[in-house]
Design a protein. Sequence first.
Length: 89
Amino acid sequence: MTISEELERTRAALLALEKSLMALRNRIGPHLDVLRLLDDLERCTADLRRLEQQVRTPHRGELVAIPDGDYDPDFWADAEQEGLGRTAP
């Protein structure tokens, strides 16, 4: 199963939990524990949203441009040459 499928299953589970909690709240009223569960669900949903943004990968066929030019020499200023260590200034 892919990550996106797992994320989708998690989102579906959260939606099902939300539906159940709303039905419970409508049946017994704004009980403290039900309200706390709804708050927890809100945090879980926000965390899942952030996770989805972090693991989002380019779609198949989407091109990523890599420039052909040389890097700015300052980019390599603190780099070490492999096997030689840091170069003298």
